[in-house]
Write a protein that binds this ligand. Structure first.
Ligand code: NBP
Length: 471
């Protein structure tokens, strides 16, 4: 049997397409799937005539690989990954490399890396973004694992990754769970981006009531500027799609209940655990949860009236431009928060994440690919120790210039009774972060009042604690 460069277990949507991507780049791939019929169907279908070796047992699969063996697992995240690892261990030899390319929780990856290291095996947690099409044509790839293991797998993963401005969208992120963590935050940022776009849409609808064709034009126009990104582009295209049955814009017929798989919640949960404000992404996760309460919302809409609304009488184009500015400023805040989270996790786990590299590998292949990621890379190249993206001169200037429009749009949303939780959270973060003084003095007094938690005083040295008998 031909010795293959790499093997992949799990021939569902992502696995199949990754295998075809690898084969198209000149790598030979052994494949295995728990249900043999799936392997057979693939072998007889899309894999036919390609350097893809279908294997019906794990023994045959492992035997088909060149050493050190590289085995990518692409099965459902969670217990299935552990099950496959357990089956592989007796078949592998020290120095072999196991790669989990699914959306695994980074702490699972850390646990698995430690476990396999004790057995002399390398374990890589590889974040893969881009969905089905990305997997086939070139995803953004975020690998985490040992430097030694990376040497062995780098030629394959940098070759199958998307290419942005001549550079592969794949860099070694750091040890153990670093790759899966970065992928998780990527997904959180994706949640934020999508919610911000939806709020821009909701505000435009409430104030200007544009047609779907007009909305398509607005988003297409935005996509020609700094907002140029995959998500803005597909949004413009979505508005152009007509339902063949009714002739109406398809988007108007889609039920307003959003689903989610969990990576957004993981991102927000760990940010909170590390005391990192992640309000834009948190708002996005909550907005999806609230949207899913459709029956409750419909009932509430009958008994909870909103404000009396006067039609928007201002300049139409000026408002469209203002919404664009509010969207961009809010997006910058969302990324600023996400990168602060990455910094905190990097310090916590000793990953030495390179933020400029991270922004640059998100430029291609993945869902959040966008022109403005270049600006983030530049900001971190200017100052690798940058505490917060909004302190970088480029982003600071944009936010300051957008500020009036941003505030006007949030006020309009509030006045019209339109929920804009992510826009509002972004603006509140900006106003809190730039505040020399917050009302936390009163909060500390309250804590001291009921719990004798003590407080510090502005007129006394830092670190000196005081308590008052309030009653
Ligand atoms: P799924 O997440 O739907 O998993 C299906 C695969 O897992 C099948 O090959 C199935 O084998 C296998 N499997 C299961 Br389920 N339990 C198993 C077990 N105990 N032992 C062995 N194999 C088992 O596939 P997917 O949508 O291709 O996603 C794969 C991974 O990539 C996931 O972690 C996902 O979160 C991640 N991801 C997905 C996307 C996307 O757009 N879909 C994007 C980025 C990342 P069977 O055929 O025998 O049932």
């Amino acid at each position: 049997m031909r010795q293959c460069d790499i093997g992949l277990i799990g021939l569902a949507v992502m696995g199949e397409n990754l295998v075809l991507n690898m084969a198209s780049k000149g790598f030979s791939v052994a494949v295995y799937n728990r249900t043999t019929a799936v392997t057979d169907r693939f072998a007889e279908g899309r894999a036919k005539g390609k350097a893809i070796v279908p294997c019906r047992t794990l023994e045959a699969f492992v035997g088909a690989l060149v050493r050190p063996r590289k085995v990518q697992i692409m099965v459902k995240a969670g217990a299935p990954v552990d099950a496959v690892i357990e089956q592989l261990i007796p078949l592998l030899e020290p120095g072999d490399i196991v790669i989990d390319g699914g959306n695994s929780l980074w702490t699972d990856t850390q646990r698995r890396e430690k476990y396999l290291k004790e057995k002399g095996l390398h374990f890589f947690g590889v974040g893969v973004s881009g969905g089905e099409e990305g997997a086939l044509k070139g995803p953004s790839i975020m690998p985490g694992g040992s430097a030694e293991g990376w040497q062995a797998i780098a030629p394959i993963y940098t070759r199958i990754a998307a290419v942005a401005e001549g550079e592969p969208c794949c860099r070694h992120m750091g040890t153990d769970g670093a790759g899966h963590y970065v992928k998780m935050v990527h997904n959180g940022i994706e949640y934020g981006d999508m919610q911000l776009i939806c709020e821009a849409y909701a505000i435009l609808q409430a104030t200007l009531n544009p047609s779907a064709d007009e909305l398509a034009g607005i988003f297409a126009e935005w996509n020609r500027g700094e907002l140029d990104s995959f998500l803005i582009d597909i949004t413009a295209k979505i508005f152009t799609r007509k339902d063949p049955e009714t002739g109406r814009p398809l988007v108007d017929l889609i039920v307003d209940k959003a689903g989610q798989k969990g990576t957004g919640k993981w991102t927000v949960g760990h940010a909170t655990e590390m005391a990192v404000p992640l309000s834009v992404i948190a708002s996005a996760v909550e907005a999806r949860i609230l949207s899913s309460l459709k029956a409750e919302r419909v009932a509430a809409s009958q008994v909870l009236p909103g404000p009396a609304v006067t039609p928007y009488a201002g300049d139409r184009q000026a408002l469209i431009d203002a919404v664009r500015d509010a969207l961009y400023a809010s997006k910058i805040i969302s990324y600023a928060q996400g990168f602060v989270q990455l910094g905190a996790a990097s310090a916590l786990y000793g990953w030495h994440l390179n933020f400029g590299d991270i922004a640059s590998i998100w430029r291609g292949g993945c869902i959040i690919r966008a022109r403005f990621l270049n600006r983030i890379t530049e900001a971190y190249r200017r100052d690798p120790a940058l505490k917060n993206l909004i302190l970088d001169p480029y982003f600071r200037d944009i936010i300051v210039q957008s500020q009036a429009n941003w505030r006007q749009v949030v006020q309009l949303a509030i006045g019209h009774g339109v929920a804009a939780p992510a826009f509002s959270a972004a603006l509140a973060y900006f106003d809190s972060y730039r505040a020399e003084r917050l009302p936390a003095n009163l909060l500390q007094a309250q804590r001291d009042y009921f719990g004798a938690h003590t407080y510090e005083r502005l007129d006394k040295p830092e670190g000196e604690h005081f308590h008052t008998e309030w009653f």
